[in-house]
Design a protein. Structure first.
Length: 235
């Protein structure tokens, strides 16, 4: 039986600092609710704005698949495996924490905020080697259709997840366009920007999310200004 759980933007946990405005879809850090820890394999869906010339200092992760998707601006990544790069809109990035990795994320701009999503799923196996992968999918993003950003099974996935039960899809959907959504046992639909309507589900605005379990078919129609969405499908 299909269940649909709509979570509005203003219901999210929030962390507000002088350099960071972060919204958390699930329990994260000091924000904890035993009834809101995950949806399927998705554990973290953070919607972050980092001010110019600031960022997250070097910190540690272990046994986690972390996908970063920039909506606007740029984010500079450095890690203890020697990886360094600038993540921009249309660049899919995955970091596998594995046995342990240190990394930092910094906004290199002196005058522009960076807005990005960071999403975590557990890997199939603990203790894998740390790793990093990125791939430019700007053409797909500009196409106006949905496409795979990350996948644990499909060779068509932009970046590889060490989790066979999870895929991340996304897209900038043009105004008034309807798209059919991929499905699995658990589907998490997040409207990063814009508005639209989920069928079944109803109207959604920026920052709204829908947690669907055992769907029998889903479609999304973008509103008059279009919408940028991320869709996790997991077991």
């Amino acid at each position: 039986m299909t269940t649909i759980d709509i979570r509005r933007a203003d219901e999210r946990f929030a962390t507000k600092l002088d350099w960071l405005d972060s919204k958390h879809s699930f329990s994260f850090g000091p924000h904890y609710d035993a009834t809101n820890t995950h949806h399927g394999l998705l554990l973290v869906n953070n919607d972050d704005v980092v001010r110019a010339a600031t960022g997250f200092g070097t910190h540690h992760h272990r046994d986690m698949e972390i996908v970063t998707w920039v909506l606007s601006g740029e984010l500079e990544h450095r890690d203890s495996e020697g990886n360094h790069g600038i993540i921009y809109p249309g660049l899919a990035q995955r970091m596998s924490a594995g046995t342990g990795i240190m990394h930092s994320e910094h906004n290199p701009s002196r005058d522009t905020d960076v807005h990005f999503l960071q999403m975590w799923v557990r890997p199939d196996s603990v203790g894998i080697d740390p790793g990093y992968e990125q791939h430019d999918v700007g053409d797909e993003l500009d196409s106006g259709r949905l496409f795979r950003i990350a996948s644990g099974t499909s060779a068509e996935g932009a970046v590889h997840l060490h989790q066979a039960g999870a895929e991340l899809w996304g897209g900038r959907i043009r105004p008034g366009t309807q798209v059919d959504l991929p499905t699995d046992r658990h589907v998490h639909v997040f409207v990063a920007r814009g508005t639209g309507s989920l069928d079944p589900g109803g109207d959604l605005a920026t920052g709204d999310a829908v947690r669907v379990t055992d769907p029998e078919g889903l479609s999304f129609t973008a509103g008059p200004d279009g919408a940028e969405v991320s869709i996790w499908v997991t077991q």
